[in-house]
Design a protein around this ligand. Structure first.
Ligand SMILES: Nc1ncnc2c1ncn2[C@@H]1O[C@H](COP(=O)(O)OP(=O)(O)OP(=O)(O)O)[C@@H](O)[C@H]1O
Ligand SMILES: [Mg+2]
Length: 331
């Protein structure tokens, strides 16, 4: 065989045979067939997807559960963000340990999203520092922050509406691909392998968040709750060390919220660390190890859910009145 055969339009392996169809090829066939229903049975695609342990392994391929758990992953120190005359975030410090679900709560306008934006490189902090996985994030570009292992979702759903659920997730996995554009154009075996891996992993991610059957549905046609889950799958596709969720249960009814919190616990149990912004105090109390409370850009409390719930400043911030600290944490 000579180099002239490299651009052969028939996808063939090194021995010249057409490559065997893989689960990924079959998903792509489903996606490409306009007559096919948009409901996919994930176990038709890959029987292994019936096994939750298999799915969890594929979702977190480089996890090392237990390694370094409890050690600092994200350290925020004196973080300050000003917009003109408004100080949206004022000298805020906290540390998130590996393996935690860490809650960031506070009333409307408290600075929660601003804090996310400063961590993920959307805003340049006016003062203070962020250290992630032992390295400072000062002036690090957003895509580089993703590459270092921070992924996020947004307060308002941001998906590619015309793309299928699977494609939305594969876009996330693409951030990890190593072959060049030239490699892709020549359909080098390595690129084909990465493409297949991305689709296989995408299916596992969708199954992990509970929407594997909707893989071939356009994102904009998914029910709102499934869109929220898809965003989480897409963020996980980048293999983050830290997953930041900005009010992922906003607009959910109580039972949907509980189901989402169960998913977030499953994400953590699979080896990810989670930073969770949530408005519903009661909900956050049930799933987090530690909580920071913001009000008017300042940190007014930090501690375990128990400590925070009993803090009079937190009660006042949430209820507008001091001292009636019983069972009314809903907003
Ligand atoms: N890009 C911006 N330009 C100017 N002011 C901003 C900007 N982003 C946020 N702010 C202001 O900063 C403060 C904090 O806003 P932020 O969105 O961080 O609050 P939040 O805690 O996420 O609130 P919510 O619960 O409503 O989402 C608010 O007063 C807001 O108006
Ligand atoms: Mg917000």
């Amino acid at each position: 065989m000579t180099g002239d055969h490299r651009a052969d339009e028939h996808r063939a392996d090194d021995a010249g045979r057409p490559a065997d169809p893989t689960p990924a090829d079959e998903v792509q066939a489903v996606l490409a067939d306009p007559a096919s229903t948009t409901v996919v049975d994930p176990t038709d695609v890959n029987p292994d997807l019936a096994d939750p342990d298999f799915v969890a392994d594929v979702v977190a391929p480089s996890r090392d559960i237990g390694a370094k758990v409890g050690e600092p992953l994200l350290e925020v120190s004196g973080l300050t963000v000003r917009f003109g005359g408004v100080t949206a975030l004022d000298d805020v410090s906290f540390t998130i340990n590996r393996g935690d679900i860490f809650g960031l709560i506070g009333p409307n306008g408290a600075g929660k999203t601003t804090c996310f934006n400063a961590i993920t490189g959307v805003y340049e902090p006016s003062a203070g520092s962020v250290t992630f996985d032992g390295r400072p994030l000062k002036r690090v570009k957003r895509h580089e922050i993703t590459r270092r292992g921070i992924a996020r979702t947004f307060q308002n759903v941001r998906l590619f509406g015309e793309m299928t659920a699977l494609e939305n997730v594969v876009v996330g996995t693409d951030a990890r691909h190593r072959t060049s554009v030239l490699g892709a154009a020549l359909r080098l075996p390595r690129h084909q392998r990465e493409e297949r891996d991305a689709v296989d992993r995408g299916m596992a991610l969708l199954e992990f968040v509970g929407i594997g059957a909707r893989a071939a549905e356009k994102a904009r046609n998914l029910p709102y709750g499934d869109q929220r889950r898809l965003e989480i799958a897409r963020a996980l596709a980048t293999e983050p060390k830290l997953l930041c969720l900005d009010e992922p249960a906003a607009g959910f009814n109580p039972s949907e919220k509980v189901a989402l919190m169960e998913l977030i616990q499953k994400v953590r149990d699979d080896g990810f660390t989670v930073l969770l912004i949530e408005h519903d105090m009661k909900l956050v109390m049930g799933v987090t190890e530690r909580i920071v409370v913001l009000e008017f850009g300042r940190k007014i409390a930090e501690g375990t859910p128990q400590q925070v719930r009993d803090d009079p400043r937190v009660v006042a911030a949430y209820l507008g009145v001091p001292d009636e600290s019983e069972e009314h944490a809903d907003d």
